[in-house]
Write a protein that binds this ligand. Structure first.
Ligand code: FES
Length: 511
């Protein structure tokens, strides 16, 4: 089996009979023109497409357009396409638009493609849209985790399949929906918070290595270049485009790790993994300038659409039997510069509680009610509420600025914004809630060494449900570890000892 890295998350897996092309993104931009592939040169692009066109099949891991990139996919042309049987209607539409032969695989289902067997391990619950590809022949096994959250249980299931020869995952710590849209480069703790995200990403990669024990790991799916004035400062971050230090932290003699390079070629045979071609070292590139963003001002039609959008989310909340206590404060700006400077022209308060008005002009920033504030251009919010882009795109573009008060994560509001607009994920969200989702106020009871701890049920990072069995010792103290990104909170006082130290759980303990 041969593995050819094409740049970003693009990988061509070749056997005697099959060439499976994963997640190609070679041209244009992603996430509202904010991200550009790096490195990128005209010669490289020509080479990438020439190699990609040799593919017999395509695989798309998830819906983000740095992985499922319509412009790149259309230029490559028709191929049979494989992806997970996700609920996401938008991704299915894109798949059917670019391929007349789409195969949707269930979680873990083995699928034979000539001499290649593949399995897709799908993120759960069903309304999520991401997958890890496991591809194997008699020569060995590749695990392509792209930028899927490395869930420990999922990794264990993959380990049960047998030995992994090659593990591919990302170290692109600047590619996170949290905290980047919540941060401007001027925040006093900007560098500290970036450092924490960077460390979480490195820790996640290390978890993958620890669980799978691969012969070789490759850090890929990035870096990217930020093209717009709001985010260009991210390009200057020390490790944004050079992952050498992170790779060296992960690398051991027993478990080597290397950074991907475009056109790096590897071979897997019964003796292990061999790097056949080291790939291209490109230090400069001249990406095409981003197109200017549309600036049509907010108008009455937008207000009507916003009413309808808020009513739709309120209905979903009702079907989930959930009460959304966090209001959405929408601050509409004319330009991206105004978003950066947080100078809004129109304010709207959106309340998704059935008893309160759905949508009205907003009075103040500093309401004491729990709220999520979003500064956004009229054009970007309009595209979102019309379903032309999704909430992930808004977050990952970093072309919005968010803040939350209090600074805790409202999982229900987040789920409504993220999974409510798409008909498929909306239905999956509702059907997953036959037992109602836990409101932010729900608590867990944990007994540890004779004490009873009364703990919030959800993690303040991104709202994952805590597992009362995940109590671990850190520096000799009992801590509750979040199963999703492994933040840890000291049971004694709720302090976050791994993750963002500004977060604290309100924990009540009794003998
Ligand atoms: S949700 Fe991310 S650490 Fe808990």
């Amino acid at each position: 089996m041969h593995i050819l890295l094409l740049g970003q998350a693009g990988v061509l897996i070749s056997t005697n009979t099959i060439r499976l092309l994963c997640d190609p993104w070679f041209i244009g931009s992603a996430h509202l023109q904010s991200w550009l592939p790096w490195p990128s040169t005209p010669d490289l692009i020509q080479q990438q497409f020439a190699l990609a066109q040799q593919a017999t099949h395509l695989y798309l891991s998830h819906a983000h357009d740095d992985h499922a990139h319509p412009e790149t996919l259309r230029r490559i042309g028709q191929k049979p396409l494989i992806m997970g049987n996700f609920a996401h209607e938008g991704l299915k539409r894109l798949a059917r638009d670019i391929s007349s032969h789409v195969t949707l695989l269930e979680d873990g289902e083995p699928y034979l493609l000539g001499d290649l067997t593949i399995r897709l391990h799908l993120e759960r619950p069903d309304y999520r849209t991401n997958s890890i590809l496991v591809a194997e022949t008699a020569d060995g096994r590749v695990v392509n985790a792209n930028d899927c959250g490395l869930d420990p249980d999922l990794l264990k299931r993959i380990r049960e399949l047998g030995h992994t020869n090659l593990f591919l995952s990302t170290l692109n710590f600047v590619a996170n929906g949290y905290p980047f849209p919540y941060l401007s480069g001027q925040e006093p703790d900007f560098h500290e918070r970036v450092r924490q995200v960077r460390q979480q990403v490195v820790d996640g990669f290390a978890r993958g290595i620890d669980t799978l024990s691969p012969d070789l790991s490759i850090a890929f799916a990035g870096p990217v270049l930020f093209s717009d004035p709001l985010n260009r400062h991210l390009n200057e971050l020390e490790e944004a485009r050079d992952w050498t230090v992170m790779v060296n932290e992960l690398h051991t003699e027993r478990h080597p790790v290397v950074s991907a390079k475009p056109c790096m070629t590897l071979k897997i045979d019964h003796e292990g993994v061999h790097i056949i071609e080291p790939g291209l070292t490109l230090t400069s590139c001249a990406p095409a300038p981003a197109r200017p963003h549309e600036t049509t001002p907010w108008n009455e039609d937008d207000d009507r659409d916003l009413e309808a959008f808020a009513a739709q989310l309120t209905n979903i909340a009702r079907e989930l039997h959930a009460t959304v206590r966090t209001r959405l404060l929408l601050f509409i700006c004319d330009t991206l510069e105004a978003v950066g400077a947080q100078e809004e022209r129109h304010r709207r308060t959106i309340s998704l509680t059935p008893e309160a008005p759905v949508c009205r002009p907003s009075l103040a920033h500093d309401s004491d009610e729990p709220h999520l504030t979003i500064y956004v251009t009229a054009a970007h919010w309009r595209a979102f509420q019309r379903g032309e882009i999704d909430y992930d795109t808004l977050l990952l573009s970093y072309l919005i600025r968010c803040s939350r008060h209090p600074d805790t994560f409202d999982a229900t509001l987040h789920a409504l914004l993220r999974f409510g607009p798409d008909a498929g994920t909306r239905a999956a969200l509702i059907s997953a809630s036959t037992s109602p989702p836990l409101p932010a106020t729900e608590r867990l009871h944990i007994t540890h060494e004779g004490r009873l701890y009364d703990v919030p049920a959800r993690c303040p990072h991104e709202g994952a449900l805590f597992d009362p069995r995940l109590v671990v010792q850190i520096n000799g103290e009992a801590c509750l570890r979040c199963p999703l990104h492994q933040w840890a909170f000291r049971l004694r006082d709720g302090a976050c000892v791994k993750g963002d130290p500004s977060k604290r759980l309100q924990i009540v303990s009794t003998e």
